[in-house]
Ligand binder design. Sequence first.
Ligand code: MET
Ligand SMILES: [Zn+2]
Length: 768
Amino acid sequence: MTSSSVLGFPRIGPQREVKKALEAYWSDKINVDELLKVSKEQRLHTYEIIKSQGIDYIPTGTFTLYDHVLDFSNTFNIIPEAYAKSGLNPLDTFFAMARGHQKNGVDLPATEMKKWFDSNYHYLVPELHEAVDFKLNDTKPVDDFVEAKEAGYKGRPVLVGPITLLWLGKVAKEAKNPNLDPVSLVSKLAPVYVELLKKLHAAGAEWVQIDEPILCLDVAEKYASEFKSTYEQFAKEVPQIKTLLTTYFGRLDSNLNFVKDLPVSGLHVDLDRAPQQVDDVVAALKSSDKVISLGLVSGRNIWKTDLTARLEVAKKVAAAVGAERVQVATSSSLLHTPYTIKNENKLSPEVLDWFSFATEKCAEVATLANAVNSGSSPALEANAKSIKARRDYEKNSNPAVRNRVSGRKPEDSKRKSPFSVRKQAQEERLKLPLFPTTTIGSFPQTKEIRTQRARFNKKEISQEEYEKFIEKEIQHVVKLQEDLDLDVLVHGEPERNDMVQYFGEQLEGFAFTQNAWVQSFGSRYVRPPIIVGDVSRPHPMTIRWSKFAQAQTKRVMKGMLTGPCTIMAWSFPRADISREEQMYQLAFALRDEVVDLENAGIVAIQVDEPAIREGLPLRHADWDTYLTAAVESYRIATSGVTDACSIQSHYCYSDFNDIIEHVWACDSDVISVENSKSDAKLLKVFVGSKPSDAGCNFIGPGIFDIHSPRVPTAEEQYQKLSKIVEAIGKDKVWVNPDCGLKTRQESEVKSQLANLVNAAKRARKELA
Ligand code: MET
Ligand SMILES: [Zn+2]
């Protein structure tokens, strides 16, 4: 009998219950018992959903109050000393690592966040050094399993695997050897995993799912011997428990050569992202007795699965190795998909029928597994009908859009003059001091803003009233920035629910959901729009608000757009045409907006591309196609303006090593980058890497962390700034925070920015 499983499920609650509880707890509105009660309800609710859709193996331990990687750092006692010794209770220590803590004399910044592989989910980076005292600091994986068991669910605990966990980490300041490879610590960490596996077995777990997604990366090859010794140790010391080695987001390729011999009980492979690997995997495992878990239902998109096609794959594998050795599963955790289509009431039935969210994907997995066992079913037939309807729809293309993309010419992606010429024109037009200060775009999205938007959406207030309200917000933010004496202002983005959704809603070719929230980090969830057809811009999108904002001030007001790659990456893209084609379509739509902004009197336009890096394919061999399209589409979007218009880009990560040449190739005039927590590693990349006449002469490495409510002093920000100036040269530096301020409170932002402006003013005196 072929069985079914899912690898993980959204942990935010169908109505964002967990977000609400967390934020209430952080602002002292509910106590810890209430927070834990909501968490437990949500865990049990999730198990019930998965079970009721007919799934055999239910993942436990994937629920988290912030981030699952941080959960494991915490469980294995990977806690930097400052946090461990803070005197906070364990839960608040956990939250301090996640989001910083500044209360009652304790002042701790948040630890670093990074993107989880090629997704828009952020994890907290474990900090590792030779003396980390790995031990079981808590038993969360066991507790979660027991809780599920007591409630009547057959759980399969999920662990982030030891090699992946270490590889995701960074070398802590305390390390003796700054070039330490965190993975080299695995021999110390593995015994703690063994202890945990024993406890899980004692608690009644039959299987554990051990996630090692780095097996889909080129780098894994280097760790073949660590994989071997670690998994041999598990097999030797805890032979009673069955381990499902779980890979996802890509293909194993040559890593299969060593993976096939690891002494695990089963191997999960992603056949959604990498269907081509199935034959190799079967051939490699055929003569073993390992279970093969087939990731046939995507954990990364929202499209209904073509079950007929995927069933063929499952049947083929079952015929080769025997049905009892086959599990049908989601390709990865469903964490990246929304809860259920049942929460959607505004999409037409035709459109809604194209989609499948986490709950429905569970049902798809079950349908597939059943079909392997007992042939066709009404569910399978209904699915075939839906898939056909979608395929028919996909045939409707927009010829104007397609022609613009296929007929693109070299001059479509070239600024009129090189940077050296543009620089002068911009100096004359913008007239900025040394070390110009600015912010990245958004100001706090206050409760009031959200309430008014909700009222407008429910038609409780008229368009006119809503727009008056937005105008008032913009005036308020402009005044605030003038009072703070910032040089380049922003309108604050109060009219935007989200930097991608806002554009999607105004472009042709997108569909929107009411409740399809997906976790981005911690209590921050996004509701990605869905690209369903060819993309075009039926009308200007931001001109009205940028013009209004510029009219409120004599200072430079930046126009603010989201770039083509990011709109694509933070939407659910279509699966029937390439990502590259979708970026180009977006690029031309944005190009028209950029030109309109300049014509409306805007002299600086920021086009945010925070997603370029996370979208990088996991395998180097695939980078070129992607990066070429990402850079070209950025250039198409931004090159329609005159030399005097300052094109700015923004990236919120500091990992530039791999893509720096492509950042220069985007040919923007100023870039701002997240930096405040990168310990100067970013600056090293900038020093000396720039080809002589490329763009980006100005760089604004962020000097404070916007994810944290903590207020760094002017002194602290000045110290950051002077290091930056020293590294990249005084004529090149802009001064800004890491990213937009939308998740902060206004009171925090005021102090953070006042200190930033102070730091810049001091630098003008002392570093000029
Ligand atoms: C994730 S990048 C965010 C950039 C956007 N302009 C903002 O300030 O919110
Ligand atoms: Zn950002």
